[in-house]
Design a protein around this ligand. Structure first.
Ligand SMILES: Nc1nc2c(ncn2[C@@H]2O[C@H](COP(=O)(O)OP(=O)(O)OP(=O)(O)O)[C@@H](O)[C@H]2O)c(=O)[nH]1
Ligand SMILES: O=C([O-])CC(=O)C(=O)O
Ligand SMILES: [Mn+2]
Length: 616
């Protein structure tokens, strides 16, 4: 077996043995230990272009950018094929697919046996969080996909420095990934090899990850959803004072120059990236981006506060709908050094997607499937030009509003003042509300429901519960996870040191029209949240579902066009709608049986009681 860069692993016996064992199973043609250098990256990129996987974009327009088109069947996370294989079925809980670990291991052994024939096995050492950081953790991904290597180099801290930091007795998370398409001698490769059979498997007790058959995003970039969420949730629960969450982290500076950090959990494709880098329409306010998808939080026992890091180093952002108008900072983040997946290619070698501009670009366009389209002839069978879940992979540090204080000082944990939950809800849920206290806030998280999006397979638009926006990402029983969240109030001397909890909804509609302008105007809601944190008098009214702003307490300067009836609609609590919501939440929670914390049921009962009283 020929190894490239063998010296990088030579001193670590545990790592060396693990790799050797896997090489025997996977049977690759050769092994490439990634050092993470620019030269190495360029070599892999050039190879991907040569083999037709990548198209290099126009260097004048998009320096150092590439386009990949996936197989049409491999465009999103596959939740049906995602498993939590705990020893005990009950520990995976009713919201996860489960299979007996031994049975799954037998399947995986069969699937992975020889699956890398004719291919290079890349060894990808990566750190989630800054290399050597207090809250950071290390993983090693084995993959037969060059696409995965160049994406992991953007999404994580990847390469030699990680191996140097990894001590022999230190834990690393072993991640094995294959596209599941071995090559026989002389067989020509596909531009996006994958397998119709897919397995995305987490073994929570032994902290192992195995992924087979897909090359796409959350299925294949194993540092992201598999490690930083599914395995990390389990590790945090074991340790007892940390959380791994599907949350953005933003720094918010007020006109008084006071800085606050806010985390927000919304389900996939429900606005995290947009909120994380928003340009406030309110004068004097500044938003800086720490992270747009995942937060690792840790309780500091001394001051009773939660401190957050972004375990990722890049954005894997939703492309459609992103424009210089809706999210200029995301557009600028992907103006260079970016990998685009499943977007359209324009005649001048640039990219395009629905919502980037009102009009189609001129000339010949190649859609995400490789089909030709022209604005003049307008063949509708080539639409949409970009897949609804097409994505850009961009360096966080290329974001114009990347939080300087954070990124230029070694990514040290930041103290969190507020946690926001939210989802995509046409009706019922108001623009913003504050929880009564921590436990009521946990109920808000446990009750998040959202209309389905393109980020995962399934019928779009139908409502599904997605507690804490973690439904596809919790690595253990979600009932236990609710209990764990509740327990934080008992871990601190004064509950006031914990972040205040809020719920938002940017997506209320009336006859198909959004009632709230959203995007940069969401800064008005952030300002209200700060007013609440600072205890500003008269900023809220108490309602059965929590504290809501009055129209007067929202800063609407410059929003004269917004009809006041619309505002009234999104700031009113519809008691009857909430009463039927309570029934649905209770039914949803009942699946957790004896793992549902009594304290959470009591919170829900109390909410129902308050609603009933308001009705009478
Ligand atoms: N109406 C409205 N749409 C929004 C708003 N914020 C985001 N969106 C749209 O929601 C979609 C997804 O937004 P993102 O910010 O990419 O979602 P995300 O939560 O980061 O998604 P993942 O990366 O899948 O976890 C895009 O089409 C946005 O244009 C808003 O305030 N109002
Ligand atoms: O995991 C992915 O493929 C993309 C993502 O951020 C999500 O779906 O939440
Ligand atoms: Mn996400």
């Amino acid at each position: 077996m020929s190894y490239r860069n063998y010296h990088l692993i030579e001193k670590n016996d545990k790592l060396k043995n693990w790799i050797a064992e896997k090489v025997e199973l996977l049977k690759p043609e050769n092994v490439w230990i990634c050092d993470g250098s620019l030269e190495e990256n360029q070599e892999i990129l050039d190879g991907l272009v040569k083999s037709g996987v990548f198209t290099k974009l126009n260097d004048q327009k998009r320096p150092n950018c590439y386009l990949a088109r996936s197989d049409p069947s491999d465009v999103a996370r596959v939740e049906k094929c995602t498993y939590i294989c705990s020893e005990n079925e009950k520990d995976a809980g009713p919201t996860n697919n489960w299979m007996e670990p031994n049975k799954m291991r037998a399947i995986l052994n069969e699937k992975f046996n020889g699956c890398m024939k004719g291919r290079t096995l890349y060894v990808i050492p990566f750190s989630m969080g800054p290399v050597g950081g207090d809250q950071s953790r290390i993983g090693i991904e084995l993959s037969d996909s060059g696409y995965v290597v160049v994406n992991m180099r953007i999404m994580t801290k990847m390469g030699k420095a990680v191996l140097e930091a990894l001590k022999e007795d230190q834990e690393f998370i072993p991640c094995v990934h294959s596209v599941g398409h071995p090559l026989e001698k002389g067989e020509k490769d596909l531009s996006w090899p994958c397998n119709q059979t897919k397995y995305i498997v987490q073994f929570p007790e032994s902290h192992q990850i195995w992924s087979f058959g897909s090359g796409y995003g959350g299925n294949a970039l194993l540092g992201k959803k598999c490690f930083a969420l599914r395995i990390a949730t389990k590790m945090c629960h074991e340790e007892g004072n940390a959380l791994a969450e599907h949350m953005l982290i933003l720094g918010l500076t007020s006109p008084e120059n006071k800085k606050y950090y806010v985390c927000a959990a919304f389900p996939s494709a429900c606005g995290k990236t947009n909120l994380a880098m928003l340009n406030p329409t309110l004068e004097g306010w500044k938003v800086e981006c720490v992270g747009d998808d995942i937060a690792w939080l840790k309780l500091n026992k001394e001051d009773g506060r939660l401190y957050a890091i972004n375990p990722e180093a890049g954005f894997f952002g939703v492309a459609p709908g992103t424009s210089m108008k809706s999210n200029p900072n995301a557009m600028l983040s992907c103006s260079k050094d970016t990998i685009f997946t499943n977007v359209a290619l324009t005649e001048d070698g640039d990219i395009w997607w629905e919502g980037m501009s009102k009009e189609y670009p001129k000339g010949k366009i190649i859609n995400w499937l490789g089909k030709e389209f022209n604005a003049e002839t307008n063949q509708i069978d080539a639409l949409p030009l970009a897949h609804p879940n097409s994505r850009f992979t961009a360096y966080a540090e290329n974001c114009p509003v990347a939080d300087k204080e954070y990124y230029e000082n070694g990514c040290k944990p930041v103290p969190v003042s507020a946690i926001i939950f939210g989802g995509r809800r046409e009706s019922t849920v108001p623009l913003v509300l504050q929880s009564r206290d921590w436990c009521h806030g946990v109920l808000l998280g446990a009750s998040v429901a959202s209309e389905r999006t393109a980020a995962a397979e399934g019928t779009q638009g139908t409502l599904r519960f997605d507690p804490f926006a973690m439904l596809p990402f919790c690595g253990y029983n979600m009932g236990d996870y609710f209990g764990y969240w509740l327990s934080f109030v008992d871990k601190v001397k004064d509950p006031n040191t914990l972040p205040k909890i809020f719920n938002v909804n940017w997506f209320r509609k009336d006859n198909g029209r959004f009632l709230w302008p959203g995007y940069g105007d969401n800064s008005r809601v952030l300002k209200w949240i700060i007013d609440r944190i600072e205890g500003k008098e008269g900023s809220a009214v108490e309602t059965p579902v929590g504290y809501l702003p009055t129209i007067e307490s929202l800063d609407l300067t410059g929003l004269d066009d917004l009809p006041r009836e619309d505002l009234q609609k999104i700031l009113t609590v519809d008691i009857d709608a909430y009463l039927s919501e309570v029934v649905k939440i209770r039914e949803y929670h009942s699946q957790f049986g004896d793992r549902l914390p009594a304290k959470l049921s009591a919170e829900l009962d109390a909410l129902e009681e308050r609603l009933k009283q308001a009705k009478n």
